[in-house]
Design a protein around this ligand. Structure first.
Ligand SMILES: C[S@@+](CC[C@H](N)C(=O)[O-])C[C@H]1O[C@@H](n2cnc3c(N)ncnc32)[C@H](O)[C@@H]1O
Length: 409
């Protein structure tokens, strides 16, 4: 006879415990899900993927889950209490992952062993006996809905509510347009642009044809836009804040002489691996934008600045909880300083392309307006804003802002 498992180690509990840790570290510690998943007890790859999936599905619909939980408790549970966290995870599994009721209960209760077990059991029971909402949309955090309604209107928020509960498609950028055409035909992909193909089903990236040969790399359609603003005649291009290198690869594939700068060694290691895999080349500089001075100016500088990343909420729903007004303001201030530095590296007549994967005007339109007001030697040549709703019927796009400024003086 097998020895009984110690209490709290029932099958399926470990990934839920890991999901609880991820949820706590993202919501209370402000971490990304990826970094929150590091450093915990070792799980097998399947359990690790399950933990991330449960935490992700929970974060996609947190306000909805909280409304349900509050409807079943006499006193609202504290926002960061373990009971609320465990209830959120359990409900998300039921609504988004169709986990059977008995499995939900059996894997939730060990997480509150020695604590509010009866309360959690009672609330789950009440909610499972009622009618739970379907999974086709969920409200965003109230502060985000307010900001985005003011900035982009109610329809964009309605689209974002639908987008947040769906896994976004996988977009690939190709070195060669002919390869994109052939791949789209054989893999039932959607040709988004000359060199961009979208796959709507979830397939392992490294198993797709052409990965080993480096014919393509993963890159959301939105993030391909800034490199497209770099004029074809620009010979030397600085890609500032380059890692992991999607835009560096695009620029190199388009024939520019690229210098790729980033301050993160570990992220640059991924950029190097991407260059190696695709056979493309760029000069790599490990530097802080704020401390860098090039020997000679460039024909074009692309500044893909660090930002709140709220435009990536479909892939990283946790960004919506990190991006407080304070974080956005700090981010905008840093972007302003980076723009001032980058401007000095552009040749007269050259271009400065600015980009952020943010849906916050303070990091996009307002940043560029402030820069232009303080820098009369630059003029706006073109700008592009992507808000929820664009190409929705084809699977949507990440929120994004990019602008090209020309140095006229
Ligand atoms: C939005 S990501 C860049 C994505 C990249 N352009 C791409 O297309 O794959 C921002 C990058 O800025 C880098 N970064 C942040 N602050 C920096 C600074 N002060 N100097 C240099 N790099 C910085 C980060 O390490 C990160 O790799």
């Amino acid at each position: 006879m097998r020895p009984p498992r110690p209490r709290g180690t029932e099958a399926g509990v470990d990934p839920r415990r890991a999901a609880l840790r991820i949820l706590d570290r993202t919501l209370r510690g402000g971490q990304t899900m990826e970094s929150a998943a590091q450093g915990g007890p070792k799980l097998n790859p399947g359990d690790q993927a399950l933990a991330l999936a449960i935490a992700g599905e929970t974060l996609r619909r947190l306000p909805l889950l909280d409304t349900l939980i509050d409807s079943a408790t006499r006193q609202p549970l504290p926002d960061d209490s373990k009971a609320r966290m465990v209830l959120r995870l359990a409900l998300a599994q039921r609504i988004a992952m169709q986990v059977p009721d008995h499995a939900l209960v059996a894997t939730a209760l060990p997480l509150v062993e020695g604590g509010p077990r009866r309360l959690v059991h009672g609330v789950i029971g009440t909610l499972l006996r009622g009618t739970l909402p379907t999974a086709d949309e969920a409200p965003l955090p109230a502060a985000v809905e307010q900001r985005w309604t003011a900035a982009w209107g109610e329809e964009a928020v309605a689209v974002a509510r639908r987008a947040i509960v769906r896994r976004p498609p996988l977009d690939l950028s190709f070195r060669e347009a002919a390869d994109a055409e052939a791949f789209a035909a054989t893999e039932q992909g959607l040709r988004l642009a000359d060199r961009q193909v979208r796959l709507s089903d979830q397939r392992g990236v490294t198993t797709l044809p052409g990965f080993e040969e480096g014919r393509w790399w993963v890159q959301d359609l939105s993030s391909t836009l800034p490199a497209g603003l770099v004029p074809a005649e620009a010979v030397t291009v600085l890609d500032a804040c380059a890692a992991p290198g999607g835009k560096t690869l695009q620029l190199a594939a388009a024939g520019h002489q690229v210098t790729a700068l980033d301050r993160s060694e570990s992220r640059l290691a991924r950029l190097r691996a991407n260059l190696h895999r695709t056979g493309l080349s760029a000069k790599i500089v490990v530097e802080d934008v704020l401390g860098y001075t090039p020997d000679v100016p460039f024909d074009a500088v692309l500044l893909d600045a660090p930002c709140s990343a709220t435009g990536t909420f479909r892939r990283h729903p946790e960004v919506l909880y990190r991006a407080s007004e304070r974080i956005i303001a700090e981010s905008a201030e840093l972007q302003g300083r980076m723009l001032d530095k980058a401007a000095a590296w552009v040749k007269p007549g050259g271009s400065l392309v600015y980009a952020v994967c943010s849906l916050e005007p303070a990091e996009g339109e307002e940043r560029i307006a402030a820069f232009l007001a303080a820098n009369p030697a630059f003029a706006l040549a073109e700008q592009r804003r992507v808000v929820p709703g664009e190409r929705e019927e084809e699977g949507g796009m990440d929120g994004f802002f990019t602008a090209r400024l020309v140095r006229t003086g």
